[in-house]
Design a protein around this ligand. Structure first.
Ligand code: ZN
Length: 139
């Protein structure tokens, strides 16, 4: 069995944002040489997510509005977590609902996706360097 590991780094200039990382994952699969297997992609930080959905700007704005309704960033004082001196109580909650990781089948060396599926990095406490782990196993 082959295995391959790579870390993807991000440093978003904004507090929140979504990045399509599908091509980066495809590059990792090419480098791995795996034709039949699985790829795991997970955020290595507890205020960021990896998820699969459609690549649509309207949809990303809808996510942003929906997540802000569920867990508004302000007032910062509404979160007990922020009593530690942090201001990212909302980001922990947003990450929880958007998820930590995705697993995708690799078939004939490609992501075995439905028609509109794309992989995204979701940032909820940006303006600093963060990592995503890509782990590939197979033959
Ligand atoms: Zn925190």
């Amino acid at each position: 069995m082959k295995s391959y590991r790579e870390e993807l780094w991000f440093n978003l200039p904004t507090r929140r944002g979504f990045v399509n990382i599908t091509e980066k994952v495809e590059d990792c699969i090419k480098k791995s040489g795996v034709q039949e297997g699985l790829v795991l992609i997970n955020a290595m930080h507890i205020t960021a997510s990896v998820f699969i959905n459609d690549d649509e700007s309207g949809l990303h704005q809808d996510y942003e509005a929906w997540l802000e309704q569920l867990a508004p960033h302000e007032p910062i004082s509404r979160y007990q977590h922020n009593r530690t001196g942090e201001d990212n109580g909302d980001a922990h909650l947003k990450r929880q609902i958007m998820g930590r990781e995705v697993v995708v089948a690799i078939t004939k060396g490609k992501l075995d996706f439905g028609p509109w599926e794309q992989i995204f990095y979701g940032e909820f406490d940006g303006k600093r360097k963060k990592r995503v782990l890509v782990k590939i196993i197979g033959e």
